[in-house]
Write a protein that binds this ligand. Structure first.
Ligand SMILES: *[C@@H]1O[C@H](CO)[C@@H](O)[C@H](O)[C@H]1NC(C)=O
Ligand SMILES: *[C@@H]1O[C@H](CO)[C@@H](O)[C@H](O)[C@H]1NC(C)=O
Ligand SMILES: *[C@@H]1O[C@H](CO)[C@@H](O)[C@H](O)[C@H]1NC(C)=O
Ligand SMILES: *[C@@H]1O[C@H](CO)[C@@H](O)[C@H](O)[C@H]1NC(C)=O
Length: 352
């Protein structure tokens, strides 16, 4: 159950004015860069980017407060509204692509903007769920190329958004958890991320972004023991180690290719800065108590959306989700994502 938590929700609204003005600024700063003509977005990873592959099988699906801000009901995003995918797509001038689940059910008709292969709860390795690991998600794209759903030209103008937000680690913590085994696990996880990125590139994808591991030491699941007041510094060391190895891996991959297609989306710096500064860098979005989640279980063993055997709610919900950075025990609110994107816009613009 612990591991489920680390990988839950996200969400969304309309692009706010602040994000739009951020986009405008970024454009001014970077207009000297040539822009790639991108036509498709492929998304791999977990619930930071899943827009509907995983949660419909959740028995609580129709009842939880997920999606309360957008679209008004749970629809597969782990937040109160939109998640990273929608905003990243907009920055790239693309549409948020349909979930692979829809392709499986209804065919490739709706896939002209790309496909979202991300499944919440998954890692680069198995995490205890019967869900496609990232390797399998990449197999799905390979099949769609092999059966001519996507042409080489389609792939040649496509962008990959890859998210690894830590499910491999929460699964490990919930099943084994020895600190001794943690460091070798990080090495294996980052190595596999490198293999995956290289494979996505070898399929012909033009630009490939990979998320840095966020500050897991500050997620409500961890900080609840200090009443949402303090990040856990021993976890911070492990997170930093992951990100150091990831940077080295991405640098190495870029040296091995002539068009430097890989780059890191630094969610770690973005989230930490928002937490430390209680808002975004422009000061247009504020979070008075950034470690306090909007939606959380009333006691141990209950989560955002939990009900007991009698159907009684076992969670509390804040009045205004826009006032919170974290939506639930692990995932940012839509407003949290918008704030984070103000950090990521210029990096993304630089690379496309
Ligand atoms: C390719 O595979 C997808 C997913 O299984 C399917 O929906 C589509 O019809 C296939 N396309 C062709 C041309 O076979
Ligand atoms: C892919 O795009 C590059 C230019 O960015 C071009 O040189 C190359 O021929 C294209 N390849 C395919 C398969 O379309
Ligand atoms: C748990 O960790 C220990 C040492 O780190 C390792 O030897 C063992 O194989 C692990 N067990 C599982 C089930 O992963
Ligand atoms: C920080 O996290 C580690 C690993 O989960 C745990 O062993 C430790 O007790 C935590 N420290 C605090 C102060 O909560």
């Amino acid at each position: 159950m612990e591991s489920t938590k680390l990988f839950l929700p996200f969400f969304s609204l309309f692009f706010t004015l602040s994000l739009l003005s951020g986009l405008g600024l970024a454009r001014h700063h970077h207009h000297q860069h040539r822009h790639l003509q991108l036509s498709k977005l492929f998304v791999f990873g977990d619930l930071y980017v899943d827009t509907g592959n995983t949660s419909p099988s959740d028995p609580n699906y129709p009842k939880t407060p997920y999606g309360v801000t957008f679209p008004g009901h749970p629809d597969g995003r782990f937040s109160n509204g939109r998640v990273l995918t929608s905003y990243a797509a907009r920055i790239l001038g693309l549409k948020s692509p349909i979930p692979y689940r829809v392709v499986e059910k209804e065919g490739v008709e709706g896939a002209k903007d790309g496909v979202n292969f991300a499944y919440g709860g998954t890692g680069v390795f198995k995490t205890g769920y019967d869900l496609p690991t990232m390797t399998t998600q990449i197999d799905f794209l390979q099949h769609l190329i092999a059966n001519s759903t996507f042409t080489p030209q389609d792939i040649n103008s496509s962008f990959a958004l890859v998210s690894v937000s830590g499910n491999d680690y929460s699964y490990y913590l919930s099943t084994n958890g020895s600190i001794k085994g943690f460091i070798p696990l990080i090495v294996r996880v980052v190595k596999q991320i490198g293999v995956n990125l290289k494979r996505i590139h070898s399929l012909g994808v033009k630009k490939i972004s990979i998320t840095a591991l966020g500050p897991l030491q500050c997620v409500p699941e961890i900080t609840s023991s200090s009443d949402f007041k303090h990040c856990n510094s021993s976890l911070a060391l492990l997170v930093d180690f992951h990100n150091l190895l990831l940077r080295q891996a991405v640098d190495k991959l870029n040296k091995e290719t002539n068009d430097a297609p890989f780059f890191i989306l630094d969610l770690h710096a973005a989230f930490l800065s928002i937490i430390q500064n209680k808002g975004d860098p422009q000061g247009s979005i504020k979070f008075a108590t950034p470690l306090q989640p909007c939606c959380h279980g009333t006691s141990r063993g209950y989560y955002c959306g939990s009900v007991d055997e009698d159907g009684q709610k076992k969670y509390v919900l804040c009045e205004d989700p826009n006032s919170a950075f974290f939506w639930d025990d692990v995932h940012p609110t839509q407003q949290g994502w918008i704030a984070a994107l103000t950090f990521l816009i210029s990096a993304m613009k630089q690379h496309v």
